[in-house]
Write a protein that binds this ligand. Sequence first.
Ligand SMILES: C[S@@+](CC[C@H](N)C(=O)[O-])C[C@H]1O[C@@H](n2cnc3c(N)ncnc32)[C@H](O)[C@@H]1O
Length: 208
Amino acid sequence: MLDNKGFDLWASSYDQTVKLSDEQEAYPFAGYEPMMEALYEKVCAKGVQNIVDLGVGTGKLTKRLYDAGHHITGIDFSEEMLNIARDKMPKATFIEGDLHHTSKLITNQKFDVIISTYAMHHLTDDDKVRLLRELLTHLNEGGVVYIGDISFETHFLQSKCRKQHIDEWDDSEYYFIVTKLLPIISTFAKVQFKKYAHCCGLWTIQPR
Ligand SMILES: C[S@@+](CC[C@H](N)C(=O)[O-])C[C@H]1O[C@@H](n2cnc3c(N)ncnc32)[C@H](O)[C@@H]1O
């Protein structure tokens, strides 16, 4: 799995990697643009929002939200990713830190929308669930958590994709499996999953 230094090295070519993979409808970024577009529309439909983006990276989606007038906080552990995001969004707030300690990074802060795209698969499922529980306590009334990430409906479909893309597959990452995680998240939140490609989906999570 990439650490923050690995992401530093990837930062300058990240946007191009995503574009190629999405255009070829290939793992890992198939569905990236349509999912991001849907996420953008959902957020903008709610009016001007106070948004935090966890694992903001180069700010591909967040820059559009910033240009649309939303208030943006971006968190990431890669200095180089943050440098690119800062250049694109000079008036946004950025926090360099590890998502495993999100609550400490945003102590006492609440947001209308919490976004995380293609970052939470770096956390184990236990850590994802722990983080999601914490995130719900950082939402304003009516707030929403949106997670867009590499997701498979079942373990079987993930294995099928792994076989097809064995050369690029990263066994140290923890992709979302709907049949596993949806029942767990449902125990403490309202949750919906929408698929955008064979390996991509958008999770909408709200307090009960
Ligand atoms: C694949 S990129 C996604 C960037 C952007 N959100 C997007 O959708 O294009 C993953 C980002 O998450 C960050 N990241 C991964 N694990 C992290 C962690 N444990 N703490 C903070 N940031 C992390 C990386 O530095 C990187 O910028």
